[in-house]
Design a protein around this ligand. Structure first.
Ligand code: NAD
Length: 290
């Protein structure tokens, strides 16, 4: 019994608390700071995923992106910065496992997994088909679960553990009336984050999520313009719904979400797990002043 943690396995010269292996010859600090990290990001071709991939690549990490498709322009941009662009449909469990495993096989480690791929669904319950439900749940929730499963197997064997960041939504903190299936998927993703954070802290694996509000320059935000003739008016409504966006008179940028993801992946957040960080300009706080 370890007196400090009450863990049943007492630490020894080569086994640490909770029976975790100690990295012989290296302290965890050295492992985390002298080696660039291996990072996997799903949905890396556009929007938040692309911004995140470029920021990790800029700090010399080995970045593996996965997406259904890449425009020539985006693939060229990502590859020029050293991002490996993999094709995958994350709804397929074998595909998402293969993406994570490719990164592990190439670099012999996995430090960060960003489950970012996601789809929206603006439909009321009477319009939602079985196929609609599966598309949203398989992309937004099942893919993240099985990505985590593959990542945790490797991360739990590393002395430095790892960091998983799920890209949820402010809809995961405060369900919305116009997209119940999407809201359910993101609330469940926040739940997945907290559950796995609790289970795997013992493995030094941190699991957190970010919950963005409306983010400009993403394919997803384009859904808000469908059936609306006045694009500028829709933008004004989106800005108006968030107190900080209103104060700055602009929407949230993909880079601002990426910054929070990099914080959660980094050493500065080594004691942060199970959090759901709202990057929504205060939208989920409640009803804003008129
Ligand atoms: N844009 C917003 O306003 C907003 C707000 C809150 C949360 N989010 C979340 O942010 C995440 C990223 O979305 P975004 O805003 O950058 O939108 P986006 O549509 O620009 O990017 C999403 C990416 O995911 C990819 N993708 C979708 N289904 C996939 C699949 N089955 N397999 C592989 N890749 C797939 C798309 O091809 C796309 O490149 C999503 O999870 C979304 O729910 C976005």
């Amino acid at each position: 019994m370890c007196a400090e943690t009450q863990c049943p396995i007492a630490p020894s010269s080569d086994v640490g608390c909770y029976g975790r292996p100690i990295a012989l010859g290296y302290t965890d600090q050295e492992i985390m700071t002298t080696h660039s990290k291996t990072v996997v990001i799903t949905g890396a071709a556009n929007g938040i995923g692309r911004a995140t991939a470029l920021k990790f690549a800029a700090q010399n990490d080995a970045v593996f992106g996965a997406d259904l498709q890449y425009s020539d322009e985006n693939r060229a941009l990502l590859e020029a910065e050293g991002v490996t662009c993999l094709m995958a449909d994350v709804r397929d469990v074998a595909s998402v496992e293969s993406v994570v495993q490719t990164a592990i096989d190439t670099t012999s480690r996995l430090d960060v997994l960003v489950n970012n791929a996601g789809v929206g669904m603006v439909k009321q319950i009477d319009e939602v088909s079985d196929a609609d439900w599966n598309m949203v749940m398989d992309t937004n929730l099942k893919a993240a679960f099985f990505g985590c499963k593959t990542a945790i197997t490797t991360m739990s064997e590393q002395p430095s553990g790892g960091s998983i960041i799920n890209v949820a939504s402010n809809a995961g903190l405060m369900p919305r009336s116009h997209d119940p299936v999407y809201s359910i998927s993101k609330i469940a993703l926040v739940g997945l984050t907290k559950s796995l954070a609790l289970c795997h802290s013992k493995d030094r694996i941190r699991v957190n999520c970010v919950c963005p509000g409306p983010v400009e320059n993403t394919q997803m935000i384009e859904e808000n313009f469908v059936g609306r003739s006045d694009r500028q008016q829709v933008v004004r409504e989106l800005i108006h719904a968030s107190p900080l966006a209103r104060a700055w008179d602009r929407m949230i940028s993909p880079d601002e979400v990426a910054d929070a993801i990099l914080y959660l992946a980094g050493d500065g957040a080594r004691m942060v797990s199970g959090t759901a960080i709202a990057i929504d300009g205060g939208k989920s706080l409640g009803v804003p002043p008129a």
